[in-house]
Design a protein around this ligand. Structure first.
Ligand SMILES: Nc1ncnc2c1ncn2[C@@H]1O[C@H](COP(=O)(O)OP(=O)(O)OP(=O)(O)O)[C@@H](O)[C@H]1O
Length: 403
């Protein structure tokens, strides 16, 4: 797929911008702080309904404005869609496709992109919550129905935690005990589906991530993705989770269930989950929080037998994070009927040496559309500079206007 035209109104530092984009590579260039990342962030928002930089929408609306609009003309082969979101400072956001109202959450069906940015280093070096988000977002893009399962799990988790908390205060017996059993059943049902979906995704990602790593990095290091499941006894004491929805542990030091020992069938996952909840009930009642389930899981990224987190060099971590995104793009491209996702590389080239720049340019050459941002034109290999868009102070300007 391809974005042929992007129109921004009051988005970040853009009062109004109209940008024509080509098939193949597009380079967005401008000095620091001019609005290059803002521009690609708007495309990321259309496909994920979120920003890769901030967790709430407020910062996306231009200071002093009440609403931002991101409008993109998207071509899937012969078909064209005008996809639009209005991000409101107060009140719910609104969405349109071909000028007709649609539910905001349906927008990603019309536009898919994979964005890699420096912030993605946190996938390798940061907390498990970022890695869970990476997996879950990809699962939802591939099977939109799972968004409902994830939302239901969060809801059940919250309610179960509320019950555990009140039981801690007053003791649990009678009706409260049977209510807990009901929540357990729902937690196991929904949680097993999430664990199963993540397992399938991790298996599907293994080869594309390996290939992507080898295409951008030197040497013969082999990256691996290993799931760490709390229901298999990854020590729940390794992190405290006051809210119940986080549970960020240090994966490098945690118990990692080897992939061979993990339950393969949904029924086996359910059985393991049921057993884990039974084993840990006393502890959960003491702590007033749910200690096992997919909200406490992790996926450990390993390089040559060592966890990347805590062991990999800066360059290796970068290559791993990039490989995770390129691998995700490759997976989407394989099974999407509407063509390749738009690949966005934000500020990547400045970090790479000449050899890696050339290898990355080669690795992305086959994508229907790639959008690259860079502060320095010469950092980007020539093959990716065909269509260059110059940005200055939140405006698209002619090359001659750039001092
Ligand atoms: N909501 C907003 N309203 C107005 N201006 C904003 C808003 N959000 C961000 N900005 C401005 O946008 C600018 C940053 O833009 P952006 O992050 O796209 O820079 P960039 O061109 O990618 O720079 P770099 O090369 O340093 O990464 C900053 O000057 C910031 O103050």
């Amino acid at each position: 797929m391809q974005v042929t035209h992007l129109n921004l109104v009051d988005f970040r530092n853009y009062r109004h911008a109209d940008v024509s984009l080509s098939a193949g590579p597009n380079l967005v260039v401008g000095r620091n702080g001019q609005g290059k990342t803002n521009l690609v962030e708007s495309l990321g928002y259309l496909s994920t309904l979120g920003s890769h930089r901030v967790s709430t929408d407020q910062a996306l609306v231009r200071q002093g404005a009440d609403a931002a609009i991101v409008r993109a003309r998207v071509a899937h082969g012969e078909r064209e869609f005008l996809v639009e979101v209005q991000i409101n400072r107060s009140g719910p956001n609104k969405a349109q496709v071909n000028r007709g109202a649609v539910r905001v959450r349906d927008l990603p069906r019309y536009f898919s992109s994979v964005l890699f940015a420096p912030e993605d280093l946190a996938l390798v070096r940061g907390d498990p919550s970022g890695r869970r988000r990476y997996l879950d977002q990809l699962i939802v893009v591939r099977s939109p129905r799972i968004a409902g399962v994830l939302a239901d799990y969060e809801r059940v988790l919250k309610q179960r935690n509320t019950l555990l908390k009140s039981a801690r205060a007053t003791g649990i017996k009678g009706a409260a005990l049977s209510t807990l059993d009901v929540w357990d059943e729902r937690l196991i049902e929904l949680g097993s589906e999430i664990i199963d979906e993540r397992a399938r995704l991790v298996a599907a990602l293994a080869q594309p991530v390996r290939d992507a790593y080898h295409s951008v990095a030197d040497g013969d290091h082999t990256p691996r993705l290993i799931r760490s499941l709390s229901i298999l006894g990854a020590d729940p004491d390794r992190a405290d989770d006051a809210t119940g929805s986080g549970g960020d542990a240090d994966a490098a030091g945690s118990t990692v269930a080897s992939s061979d020992a993990q339950p393969a069938e949904r029924a086996d996952i359910r059985a393991a989950f049921t057993q884990a909840l039974a084993d840990i009930r006393r502890k959960e009642l003491d702590r007033g929080v749910t200690l096992v389930g997919p909200h406490r899981d992790d996926v450990v990224f390993e390089l040559n037998g060592l966890p990347a987190k805590g062991y990999a060099s800066h360059g290796e971590s970068w290559s791993f994070a990039l490989a995770l995104k390129l691998g995700a793009a490759e997976l989407l491209r394989r099974d999407s009927p509407s063509g390749d996702p738009v690949l966005v590389l934000d500020d990547v080239f400045a970090e790479l040496d000449r050899g890696r720049r050339a290898r990355l340019a080669e690795a992305v050459a086959g994508y229907q559309q790639v959008i690259i941002t860079a502060a320095v034109f010469d950092d980007v290999p020539e093959a990716l500079r065909e269509n260059t868009i110059h940005i200055r102070s939140g405006e698209v300007v002619e090359a001659t206007d750039v001092e």
